[in-house]
Design a binder for this molecule. Structure first.
Ligand code: ATP
Ligand code: MG
Length: 137
């Protein structure tokens, strides 16, 4: 299967989280990593609209998918701000589950950028044979 890359912008508001998830669902279709990809993008999009300047009036965030035969790279680009993505030990009601879930689901993940804009990314490995079979369904 050829490699491809697709990006889409979303308004930085809570309702966009559902739209971002749907973007993943429709774009990745039958890929075997679809469920993990949906969960990861939901968490990263939620963080973008909750913790970053993307939530300001007129703000936006961008979801990118880069698919290759043996892996899917997912990135959520926000508009930065004073907070920094970090793994926190989840308390009873303090949150901190989102990035932990991403770290558990992804084969690798990370952050780059600074207060003017950050990309939080996750990598999902794909069995190329399973991916090719799924593409024929
Ligand atoms: N894109 C981001 N930019 C800046 N800070 C971030 C970003 N994503 C997460 N953070 C910071 O990292 C912390 C941990 O994020 P995480 O998603 O694990 O928990 P949460 O969003 O606080 O709660 P939960 O996801 O469980 O509802 C956040 O509280 C926030 O301070
Ligand atoms: Mg979160």
């Amino acid at each position: 299967m050829p490699a491809w890359r697709l990006s889409r912008h979303f308004l930085g508001r809570p309702a966009s989280v559902t739209e971002a998830r749907r973007f993943i669902t429709t774009t990745l279709g039958t890929w075997p990593v679809i469920e993990s990809a949906e969960l990861i993008v939901s968490e990263l999009a939620t963080n973008a609209v909750r913790h970053t300047a993307s939530a300001r009036f007129g703000g936006k965030f961008t979801v990118s998918i880069q698919a290759e035969p043996d892996q899917v790279w997912l990135g959520v680009v926000d508009e930065g701000g004073p907070e920094v993505p970090r793994l926190v030990r989840p308390g009873d009601d303090e949150g901190g589950r989102g990035l932990l879930l991403v770290a558990n689901l992804a084969d690798n993940w990370g952050v780059y950028g600074n207060h003017t804009g950050r990309t939080v990314w996750a990598l999902l490995k794909v069995d190329p044979i399973a991916a090719a079979q799924a593409a024929c369904r």
